[in-house]
Structure formats: C-alpha cells, structure tokens
Design a protein. Structure first.
Ligand code: PLP
Length: 452
C-alpha cells in the first residue's frame, strides 16, 4: 500500500524523488516542473502550458519528439528479441548492423580517420569511463603501464560518474564528491572571448594554450600521459568554439608525444555542428570517439565508443596472452536500442538533418543577434550548426542574469539552458526545428530578457 496516495503528483515527487543536478531546497520550495507530452519541438506541461524546447532535452532529442517511426522500431525490436547480451561473443542483428553503419558514417564524414570497432554502453558518462579504461588497457598491453594520466580541460563536461566526472572540468560538480581522481589533469579552457588577454590575437591565444599544454606534458613527463580528452565544441561549459588553429596544433603535440586523443562527441555527434560529427567539422583524428544522446535521439539510453585501428591492433595482438577483455555492461549493445538507433539514423539521413543544422545555424544566430544582441548585458552571441550561446557580461558581481532570464523564458514559453560554468545560456533545438520556430523562440527569449 502506497502511503502517499493522497498527495498531489508534485508533492509525491517532493517526498519520493531524488533528482539529478537539482537543489534540494529549491525543489522543496518551488516543487517540480512536470511535463506530460511532447511533439516536434514543443513540450507540454501539466498546467497545459506549451514551450518551445530550445535545448532538445539535454542536447539529445536530435530528430525531435514524438517520432512514430522510432516508437514502431522499438516496439518491433522488443517483440522480436527484447534482450540479448553480448558477453562471450553472443550477438544480434540490429547491433551488428549499427556498429557497421557507425564505422561507415565516421569513415565517410571524417577525413583521415581510421576506426576499427564499436563498443556499446548506456550513457555518455559510461562511454567516457570506457575510454579511460581502454587507454589504460592499451598502454598496459603495450608495456607502458606508467602512461595513464588523462588531460582534460577546465570548463569541460564529460559526465558525472567517478571517472567521467573527474574529467569534467567544472568545480561545482567536484565539490563535496571527492573528485577529481588523481590521474586527471586539467589544462586551460579554450575560450577566447572570456580568457583571451587584452590585445592578444586569437592566433596568439591559441599559441599560449598550446605552450601551456607542452609545458604541462614536459613537467609531468610524456611517458606518464595516456590521453587528452576534448569535446570538439565544449557544450555545457558554454558552447566554446575552438580558437583559430587550436585542434591542428593540439593534434600535432599529441602525435609527437604518443598521446591518444579521445573526442567526446556526446553532444557534437549526429549533426549538431552541421556535419555528422564534430571531428569532421574541426579536422580531429581521434583514437576513441564517445557518442550517446543523438545516437538514439534519446528514445533509448545508449552510447557508443568508436575505437581506432591503431588501438584495435594492439588489443587484437595481445588477445591470446590477455584472454577475455573484462569490460562491459549488461546492456552493452542492447538490440532494442540498436534498432531505435538505426531508425534514428534513417530519419537523420532522409531529412538531411546534419545539413539542416548547417543551414539553420546562421538563422538561429541572426535571430538572437537582432533580438538580444544590443542588450548591455549581452557580451557575445556565438555558435556553429544548431548549438548557440548567449554570454552575459557587465552585470553586478554575484548576479546570475543567465539564470534569471532562463526562468523568465520558461514563463514566456521557451526552454533554454542556463549553464553552470560561465554566465551563458545555450540554444540547441532539435535539428528538425523550423525557421518559424527559431524566430518565435528568439522573440520569446527577447521578451524574457526585457522582463528580467
Ligand atoms: N559528454 C558530454 C560532452 C556531455 O555533454 C554529456 C552530457 O551532457 C556527457 C558526456 C555525459 O552524458 P550522460 O549524461 O549521458 O552520462
């Protein structure tokens, strides 16, 4: 017998749910926002209010809400083979086809990449944990057991498990959780607008960051560093586009010091930057690519780690000696998730959603610039593809204008995200968004800014 049956749904939430990344006192004061339905880019609350979701959930509903094709793909897959594990060589058709398709997609859209295998998991965080473990595995098998440290960047977001949360470079996620782990180092956040010095050109700023990285590697010893992890565009940090020449120079440093590159494409994968992958947009040659979110457009929790040929050859050669690769999860390769991912990729291809993201990105930027660009508190509006940001400046110390405006925006009927690192609000609508919806969302956001 449930002792809470007399409570409203909101009260029941307050008395029973432990929300992720939520202030306990705010929830007790204000109660939850309960959503009941969604279609396309529009999401409906229990009050009946409808909002334009300019966050695509958490940067994840790339094909938009309510896609019957995905519902059907999931239902049919469940009927056919509701579960299959992949331990010990067990396998299933949708997952085999998905691995093959992801390798093909990456090969065809990221010039110079050389990827060999796909490992599946459940979330972006566990994909990055897998990446850390595979870096260790690789270097243990190569007889370089000291080469284990991972360099991440301040302002990065890579998840919140113990390993991925340590890679994350935003202090508020570490405080009170005894993170980061000792093997993780953080180098400076590459965000020219906020961290470039007066009079410093963008190219000179990039050189400063690269010199800092070289110094860090020299200080620690290249033989202790296994990998560098980077989001092609830093999302949760504040939609930080890499400064001029950054990845080209970074890749060169990593190559010279035999350091692997992990591309965290949990946000940038599947069209967000206007190409299929951010690695294609910025010319990365990663050894491990972490994917999640847009892989299934969040219709099923699933992640993928694409592994390079140079790593795979080491794994393969050492296999007889090492025996079973003792890594994996119950739901690794879940056939229902794989069937949904395949149907999701069908939609992305048929509707050319990566191309749409490239075309509509400038529309989103223009809509924001013309509506909120002249506010004295808006310092920068930037983006690539359908990931954009408004960065606030010039406000009194201690204020959080991006949070206040985001609250007003909810009332005005648009969902945006006020980010936790710098005073930035992000816009990352489903890639199926229309031009009219972008304009309407920008109008609503401008009204919210005025009201705040
Ligand atoms: N990596 C990046 C770049 C992300 O943005 C996120 C989530 O926002 C993650 C990893 C973690 O993914 P998840 O929340 O699915 O664990």
């Amino acid at each position: 017998m449930n002792e809470h049956t007399n409570l409203s749904l909101a009260q029941m939430d307050q008395m029973s749910l432990f929300h992720p990344v939520t202030s306990i006192s705010d929830l007790q004061k204000n109660g939850p926002s309960i959503y009941t339905a969604a279609e396309g880019v529009t999401i409906t609350r229990d009050t009946g209010a409808t909002l334009l979701d300019m966050g695509a959930g958490l940067w994840c509903v790339n094909v938009g809400y309510g896609r019957k094709e995905l519902v059907q793909a999931g239902a049919e897959a469940m009927q056919q083979l509701s579960f299959q594990h992949f331990f010990g060589g067990a396998s299933a058709e949708p997952t085999i086809r998905l691995a093959d398709r992801l390798l093909g997609l990456f090969r065809d859209t990221v010039p110079g990449s050389d990827m060999a295998r796909v490992f599946f998991g459940n979330s972006g965080s566990d994909a990055n944990d897998t990446a850390v473990k595979l870096v260790n595995y690789y270097n243990n098998l190569r007889g370089k057991p000291a080469k284990k440290k991972i360099i991440a960047r301040e302002g990065a977001y890579h998840g919140l498990t113990l390993a991925s949360g340590s890679l994350t470079g935003i202090k508020s996620y570490h405080t009170a959780f005894d993170m980061p782990l000792d093997n993780v180092l953080h180098t400076s956040c590459p965000h020219y607008f906020a961290f470039g010095k007066d009079g410093e050109s963008e190219a000179a700023y990039t050189d400063r960051l690269i010199t800092e990285l070289e110094d860090m590697i020299a200080y620690e010893g290249a033989d202790t560093i296994g990998a560098f992890i980077a989001e092609p565009v830093m999302g949760t940090g504040g939609v930080f586009l890499p400064p001029e020449g950054y990845f080209e120079k970074l890749q060169d440093v990593l190559d010279r010091h035999d350091i692997l590159l992990i591309a965290d494409e949990v946000i940038t994968g599947f069209g967000r930057t206007g190409n299929w992958f951010g690695s294609g947009t910025y010319g990365l040659r990663p050894d491990i690519v972490s994917l999640a979110k847009g892989l299934t457009s969040a219709y099923f929790p699933m992640s993928a780690s694409i592994i390079s040929t140079r790593m795979w050859e080491v794994f393969e050669n050492a296999s007889d000696e090492m025996g079973v690769v003792m890594h994996g999860f119950t739901y690794s390769g879940h056939p229902v998730g794989a069937a949904i991912a395949l149907a999701n990729l069908d939609i992305m291809e048929r509707e050319n959603l990566a191309g749409r993201s490239a075309t509509l990105g400038p529309v989103l930027l223009e809509a924001l610039r013309t509506r909120v660009g002249d506010s004295p508190f808006v310092g920068d509006i930037r983006g690539i593809g359908l990931m954009a940001a408004v960065e606030f400046t010039g406000f009194p110390q201690g204020a959080a204008p991006h949070k206040i405006v985001a609250r007003h925006a909810t009332v005005a009927g648009v969902l945006t995200r006020a980010l936790p690192y710098l005073p930035v609000t992000s816009f990352s609508p489903p890639l199926s968004v229309t031009e009219a919806e972008i304009i309407e969302a920008a109008d609503r956001y401008a009204r919210a800014l005025k009201a705040a």
